[in-house]
Design a protein around this ligand. Structure first.
Ligand code: UTP
Length: 239
């Protein structure tokens, strides 16, 4: 089974804790040991926001800010690569071809951001689409996709399952509302819809959650299932 995992910067490195990064690397290694081909896209988290905030005060334009963000995603990617040792690519891939080639070499293919104007949510969807991944997992600090932003709306309820088109319909109004934060960015949702990518959005704080979700389909987040309500069977192949 070919899997792309997006690990948010706020999940991997809310602060610099080597043990936490090692635990995430252990989960990835475990999946590779079970025979999964794994691509990992790492986010920038709070470090990206701090750099972007400082540079914005200094008058940097949006592209310059995005380049700083991309730099921090690659910094975090290098941290995960350090923890994965021999299993991983030597350095974060800078485009999808490079990332796909690493998968063909049987390496854990790690990358951060690739170009201004998006976030690593979209990178993960683009990577998954480019390698025809069986599964795309967003290990985020949110525990699924809600009917509205749960930080803003106390009546927001978590979806157990959605189609990709329903995901787009949820994300579009959130991306228009400056106060709301979408579970995945709008470009990612559109790529998931276009490619019909089987996806999961879950709380990745505890790395073992990722292993259960990929190998057994067990998680308490949201399943994005193309084509409606069919029972997903992908995890049976991973065991
Ligand atoms: P993240 O993907 O970490 O952004 O990229 P995020 O979703 O705001 O962070 P999390 O989910 O809380 O961890 C950090 C920043 O890097 C730039 C953007 O500015 C983004 O906000 N970036 C990232 C790009 O411009 N292009 C990319 O391909 C990736």
């Amino acid at each position: 089974m070919r899997v792309v995992v997006s690990i948010g910067g706020s999940v991997l490195a809310p602060d610099l804790d080597a043990d936490r990064v090692a635990a995430h690397a252990d989960a990835i290694r475990r999946l590779a040991d079970e025979g999964c081909e794994i691509g990992v896209v790492v986010g920038g988290g709070g470090v990206a926001r701090d750099y972007i905030g400082a540079a914005r005060e200094l008058g940097a334009n949006e592209v310059q800010l995005d380049q700083l963000g991309i730099g921090t995603t690659r910094l975090n990617a290098r941290l995960l690569i350090a923890a994965l040792g021999q299993r991983a690519t030597l350095s974060p891939a800078t485009d999808y071809d490079e990332a796909a080639q690493a998968l063909r070499r049987d390496e854990v293919s790690v990358m951060g951001g690739v170009m201004p104007g998006q976030t690593t949510d979209a990178v993960a969807a683009g990577f998954a689409e480019s390698v025809d991944a069986d599964l795309l997992v967003y290990a985020t600090s949110a525990d699924g996709v809600y009917t509205a932003d749960p930080n803003v709306d106390p009546d927001a309820e978590k979806h157990e399952q959605l189609t990709p088109t329903e995901l787009v319909d949820i994300v579009v109004p959130m991306s228009r509302d400056a106060g709301a934060s979408a579970p995945v960015d709008i470009l990612a949702a559109k790529l998931i819809d276009r490619a019909g990518l089987r996806s999961i959005v879950l709380d990745g704080t505890d790395p073992s959650v990722l292993v259960d979700a990929v190998l057994r389909g067990e998680h308490s987040g949201t399943d994005i299932v193309p084509g409606g309500t069919g029972e997903p069977t992908y995890w049976a192949q991973g065991e």
